[in-house]
Structure formats: C-alpha cells, structure tokens
Write a protein that binds this ligand. Structure first.
Ligand SMILES: Cc1cc2nc3c(=O)[nH]c(=O)nc-3n(C[C@H](O)[C@H](O)[C@H](O)COP(=O)(O)OP(=O)(O)OC[C@H]3O[C@@H](n4cnc5c(N)ncnc54)[C@H](O)[C@@H]3O)c2cc1C
Length: 656
C-alpha cells in the first residue's frame, strides 16, 4: 500500500496508537511494580488499585493483550524460572484458590461460597488486566453517550437447553433470557430504517469490488441473528444477477439455495445422514451436488463463526443442522444423528434461547463479581449492571473474604504431599518478575486446558496428553467507533458478509435498550461496528488450522489490523460516502489466539466412548486440584463454563 493510500485510510490519525501505547505502558508498569504492600512492606499499589484503572475503556490491542500471555509462554518454553525471582511466601491462606477469572472461574467462586458458607475465603487469580475471560466488555464514550460492545462472548445461547444448574445461576443473578429478549432487544430498528444485509465481493477473490445489497431470506443469517430484511424481498436469481459471479456460478448458487433435489435417492434418512457426516460441506457441494467450483468462494466462510474453520473442514451433516442450503430436497428427518458435533447435534434437536446484553456475556461476569464482592459494582439488578461503573480498587482489598487479583499469571499448582492424601495446595503466581506463593485447602483450575500440564507437572502423563489434545479456536473481533452511520443508511445495509475479505463479516452494533442504556437510533449519531474474523487455513485438518491461526494472530501487530479494518470499511462503504480517515474514531481489536473451547470434529477426531474422550480424561480431579472451564466440556458455551465450574467445586467437597 502506498503512503498516499495510507493517508486516505487515515493511518496517520493518532486515535488508537496513542491509547495502545498507554495500554502497553500499563503492562510494563505492572511488571515492575512491587506487590509488597499487601504483605506488609510499603510500596506502590498494584495496577488494579491505581486510580482511573478501567480496562473496558482501553482501545487498541485487547483480548489477549500485551502483558497478559508472556509469562505463560515462557513457562511453556521452559525459560520462566531462568529469570524469575524466588517465590515469596505471601503468608496468605484461603479455602479456595481459583485459577482463571472467566465465567467458569467466577461461577466456581460463587458455587464454592454457596456450599462452604459466607465466610469462605476465596482468591481468584487472573492473568489479564480485567476479569471475565472471553466475556470481555468494550466500553466507548461517543459524543457523551456510553456505547458498549462485546469483546468476546456475545450471546446467552447454547445448542442445548441450559441445565438446571446454569439456568439456576442466571436466575439468581436476575437474568431471564426469554423475557429480556422480548423486552430489551430491538430487532425492528434497522428494519424500520430500510436496512438489510449485503454481500461484499472483493476484487482479490471475485475479480472486482462490489457490494450487493438485500441478501434474500430465508437462507442467510445476520451476524447478530436478528431478522433485518430488505423492504422488498428479492429472490436468489435477482440477487445473483447483481453479483460479479459468472452465470454458471450464479445458476449453481440459486440451485443450491432453492432446488429441492434428493442427491442420494434410494437411501433412508439415517443412511444419508451417515454419509453426510463423512464428507465436508465443500465436498458435498462439489461431488454430490456437482456444483461449479466457483461456488466455493461464496460459501467458504459460512461456518467460520460457529466452528472457527470454513466449509472445507466441517461435515455436510453438521452444516445441514446449522441451516446451510442444499439439503431441502433430501428428506432428512429432523433431529440429531450419531457422529455429529456437539453444536450440530444440539441445533438439530432445537437449541436453546438467545439474548445478549450490550456488552455480551461480560454482564454475566460483572453480575458474578457483584454477587461475590458487592462493593466493586454498585446496583442491584441485571438491568442496572449494564451501566454500572466497576471499582477495580475494591476487588482485592484488606481482609475481604473474596478477592479477585488481576495481572497475575499462575505458574505452579501442587498438592502439599501425595495427591491421594493431600489436604492443601500451594499456588504460585507471577506478576512480571515477582513471584508469590499462597496456600489453600483446594484449587479449581478454571483456566485453559493446554496450560494445565505446565502448571501441574505432577499430573499423570495420560492426563497431560489429554489436556494438550484440545486446541482452542482462534478468533478476532474488532469494535470500531464511527462518527455516524449515514453511509449505512444511504447504502441500505445493516450487516455485510464478506466471504473473501480479511474480516468475514461486519455489522452495526445490535440494538439493545436495557436499564439506563440506550442504543443509537439516528444515523447521524456515532455508533459501534462489530467485525469478525477467524484466521483459519483452509485445506488443513481442523486442529492444524487452529494452531496456524493462533500463530497468525500473535504475529499480527495492531497497525496491520488497523490497516485491514480501514481498507475493508473504505472499500465496502465508499459509495455511501464513508471516509475512513474522517469517520473512524476508535478501534479496539479483541484478539483471541486461544478462543472457543475445541469441539470434536467428526471429520478428524475418533468417535471415542464417552469415558475415553480427552476432555473427560483431562478433567479428572488430582488430589485437592479440580478442573473447570469450557475445555473440560469440549465445547464453547457459557452454560458449559458454569456446569463445569459446578462439577469442579463439587469434586472438592466429595462425590456428587
Ligand atoms: C470471541 C469469542 C466469542 C464467543 N462467543 C460466545 C457466545 O456468543 N456465547 C457463548 O455461550 N459462548 C461464547 N464463547 C465461548 C466462551 O469461551 C464461553 O462462553 C465462556 O465465556 C468461557 O468461560 P471460561 O471461564 O470457561 O473460559 P475463559 O473465558 O477463557 O476464562 C479462562 C480465564 O483463565 C485465564 N487463565 C488462563 N491461564 C491462566 C493462568 N495460568 N493464570 C491465571 N489465569 C489464567 C484466561 O486468561 C482466561 O481469562 C465465545 C468465545 C470467544 C473467544
């Protein structure tokens, strides 16, 4: 890209780099600050106790932000102890230490206190500068108005109904998803303004840049699941005629979308399902539907958001369950079949409800924090938590029974004595080069599976191998603040699917009005955009794609994300009058190299008996150490994070 194109994009505008540097500086500060004051010595307060500490408002590179992962990586590489200081015994003792401050870790603290009583002493250690894990809040103040976006975990939804435990926790926190969805989500706003979804065809993939507005329905999903429609519905033939695709490709896409053809005549529904579970959706389109290979680029990213890989690595049967086209004439009986992924089987059986707070499931994390440490989050209801200002300085104070300690990476967890007879654990954690040790009666590891073998080298080898098996799915979301959305109005779009572009989709922030929080309603007002990318590498087995994607995300500097963002928005929206230099006012990149918990993929993973699955072997209790987190469920949903926390806590108290 040339310097003048960079200027057109606004790469010289100071907005995000200044804030990014501030974020990085805080991380370095954290590494150098002594924590001694907590243990008697006089020293500077920890970052989370400094005035103005407010991670949700930070922009720039967030998610796994600089400063959050380096210690864990050096532990993995075997270099951490070469430079780390000798652990300082803090003298602190707890009933429970939780490793990981995501929804699973916070729920574990909640369930433990329920069982052990109000005086239970609990310490939650979290390596990021904020609590919530993937359930992170992006907070902007645009033109004096608070605007929120999810930095990760978005929806209260799941392929299976929430369990009594998970549902019960939501109720105790004051969340009633069906009622909230009916009362607070505004799916009419964008439709009432005549906005619909669109597809952007980029010149690198499709030969020319072209935005085609009014994706036909049914048959295409908006990013937020809302039902925005073009005011005048179009057919697939009309829509295709406006694309830069060749007539043959257009014809085959219309056929895939609309034709009622049984491509496997003579087979029963069960036999068809068995065959469809053995081929990818890509191969189904090419070999069974016998579509022109040119259709693949159009569908390639349709499964990215659900599984983090494209249609080359997802079984056709799972894509049927997700609602992808091509199966409408195949007379497949409703319901799950053997050899389906967790999500697909759940969706085939009906799925659960859907609701999202303006900051996604960060509101669940914040409600859990409020339940554990009421002083840290003022208010009383699930509605008022949305606009409540967290006081981070109250998360880890004085003699409080429950504490959440941020910027603290756990580097060792061991039973005191033999695991079979242990009555206590020692937990070692690092903040920068300083290392501290605390004691507890038990420890729940609500962190990521692949870190556990490094924290607990004493675990049996088979369990460590199982914990390594599940490769988390990398994802990156961007929250982009823009001055107004008149360009969207002019173009008549609310969300754009971009199958060949860097970001595979983006949309106006989904409208929710809850408590004091109001989403913008006028195109003249500033708004947030949500962009999504899964950095998969089509053609490789799914777990390899995830590993390669993780390397890509870790190697991508903020500036590269920013340029890609500005370039794509400019090319998509320019005919609506969008000026990237003028209109973009802030960018937050939520980078998750270790994102979704891995879900077994019937194309690549053996069909193990339940008790031989890596997640089941990996989550076995080890003395006074038990294991939570969605990895333990081999899936990536908030209800699973809660259910696993419940199990892990109960294991500490004895058999369920
Ligand atoms: C981008 C994205 C979007 C998602 N969207 C949805 C959605 O819409 N709906 C849904 O139900 N689910 C969604 N998920 C899945 C999400 O993972 C779960 O819903 C849930 O938030 C996971 O909670 P958890 O506590 O199990 O794990 P996490 O949120 O990953 O929390 C684990 C925490 O442990 C910390 N940790 C790891 N190692 C250490 C260590 N050594 N020391 C200290 N701390 C450590 C991690 O940094 C992390 O903060 C999404 C996930 C991602 C990444």
């Amino acid at each position: 890209m040339t310097a003048s194109y960079d200027r057109y994009l606004g790469m010289d505008r100071p907005i995000t780099r200044r804030d990014f540097m501030n974020g990085a500086a805080l991380g370095i500060g954290a590494a150098m600050l002594p924590r001694g004051h907590r243990f008697g010595a006089t020293a500077s307060p920890e970052p989370q106790n400094q005035s103005g500490y407010d991670p949700p408002v930070k922009v720039g590179l967030r998610g796994s932000h600089p400063g959050s992962f380096e210690i864990a990586h050096s532990l993995r590489d075997g270099t951490f102890w070469e430079t780390a200081g000798k652990p300082v015994d803090s003298g602190e003792t707890y009933d429970l230490v939780v490793v990981g401050g995501g929804i699973s870790g916070l729920a574990a603290a909640y369930f433990f206190r329920e069982k052990a009583g109000k005086s239970a002493r609990i310490l939650v250690l979290e390596n990021h500068d904020d609590f919530g894990g993937h359930a992170k809040r992006n907070e902007f103040h645009l033109g004096g108005r608070l605007q929120l976006c999810n930095g990760g975990t978005f929806l209260i939804d799941s392929p299976t109904p929430y369990s009594a435990v998970a549902d019960g926790l939501l109720k105790k926190l004051g969340i009633d998803p069906p009622q909230f969805e009916a009362k607070f989500s505004d799916h009419r706003l964008y439709r009432s303004l005549g906005l619909s979804s669109a597809v952007f065809f980029d010149k690198e993939t499709f030969g020319e840049d072209r935005l085609v507005v009014g994706t036909p329905r049914p048959g295409w999903d908006d990013d937020d699941g809302s039902e925005s429609r073009a005011q005048k519905p179009v057919t697939w033939s009309e829509f295709m005629a406006r694309t830069p695709l060749s007539p043959d490709v257009q014809r085959d896409i219309v056929r895939i979308q609309e034709a009622k053809v049984d491509y496997m005549p003579g087979l029963s529904s069960a036999e068809k399902k068995a065959r469809l579970s053995k081929i990818s959706y890509r191969d189904f389109l090419l070999q069974v539907v016998k579509a022109n290979p040119g259709v693949i680029a159009f569908y390639q990213t349709r499964t990215d958001g659900e599984w983090g890989v494209g249609i080359d690595a997802e079984p056709a049967l799972d894509c049927w369950a997700l609602g992808l086209p091509g199966f409408q004439g195949m007379n497949l009986e409703p319901g799950a079949a053997p050899n389906m992924s967790y999500s697909a089987a759940g969706y085939a059986n009906g799925g659960s409800y859907r609701f999202h707070f303006p900051d996604g499931n960060a509101s669940i994390a914040r409600l859990l924090v409020r339940a554990l440490i009421p002083d840290a989050l003022p208010g009383h209801t699930a509605e008022d938590v949305v606009t409540a200002q967290a006081d981070y300085g109250r998360l880890d104070t004085g003699n409080a029974a429950i504490r959440i300690r941020l910027n603290s990476t756990v580097v060792g967890v061991r039973n005191v004595g033999a695991a079979s007879a242990a009555k206590a654990v020692e937990v070692t954690y690092a903040t920068g080069k300083q290392v501290f040790r605390v004691r507890a009666n038990g420890c729940v590891l609500a962190c990521w599976n692949m870190t556990i073998p490094y924290l607990c080298p004493d675990l049996p080898d088979a369990q460590k191998e199982a914990l390594h098996y599940l490769v988390k799915v990398p994802l990156v979301y961007a929250s982009v603040a823009i001055r107004n959305w008149t360009s969207f109005q002019k173009l008549g779009i609310q969300g754009v699917s971009a199958p060949g572009s860097y970001w595979s989709s983006f949309s106006l922030n989904a409208a929710v009005n809850i408590g004091q929080y109001r989403s913008p309603t006028s195109p003249e007002e500033p708004i947030l955009l949500h962009l999504s990318r899964t950095p998969c590498k089509p053609g490789l087995p799914a777990r390899e794609q995830h590993k390669m994607g993780r390397y890509e995300l870790l190697a991508t500097p903020f500036e590269a994300f920013e340029r890609k963002t500005r370039d794509q928005l400019a090319r998509t929206l320019n005919t609506g009058g969008f000026d990237p230099a003028r209109d973009i006012t802030a960018i937050t990149i939520n980078r998750w190299p270790h994102g979704y918990g891995y879900e077994y993929n019937p194309l690549f993973d053996p069909d193990w008996p339940e008790d031989q699955r890596p997640n089941v072997i990996g989550r076995k209790p080890f003395g006074r150490i038990t294991i939570a987190n969605t990895d333990s469920a081999a899936t990536a949903y908030t209800d699973a994070a809660i259910d696993q926390a419940y199990r892990a806590v109960n294991e500490l108290f004895g058999p369920l």
